[in-house]
Design a protein around this ligand. Structure first.
Ligand SMILES: [Zn+2]
Length: 49
């Protein structure tokens, strides 16, 4: 069982990589496998600050 889902067709806003974003369902954030940028805004904007 995996809780990480690759987000096909999405591009990283930081490094511009395509299909490098994956959703961490446990932590409710999106992380880029290429540059390591993390974004929680897609799920919860309140926790990122
Ligand atoms: Zn990136």
């Amino acid at each position: 069982m995996t809780l990480a889902h690759i987000l096909d067709g999405l591009r990283c806003a930081c490094c511009g990589g395509l299909n490098v974003l994956w959703l961490d369902a446990v932590r409710g954030l999106v992380e880029c496998r290429q540059c390591g940028e993390r974004a929680g805004c897609l799920v919860d904007c309140g926790e990122a600050a």
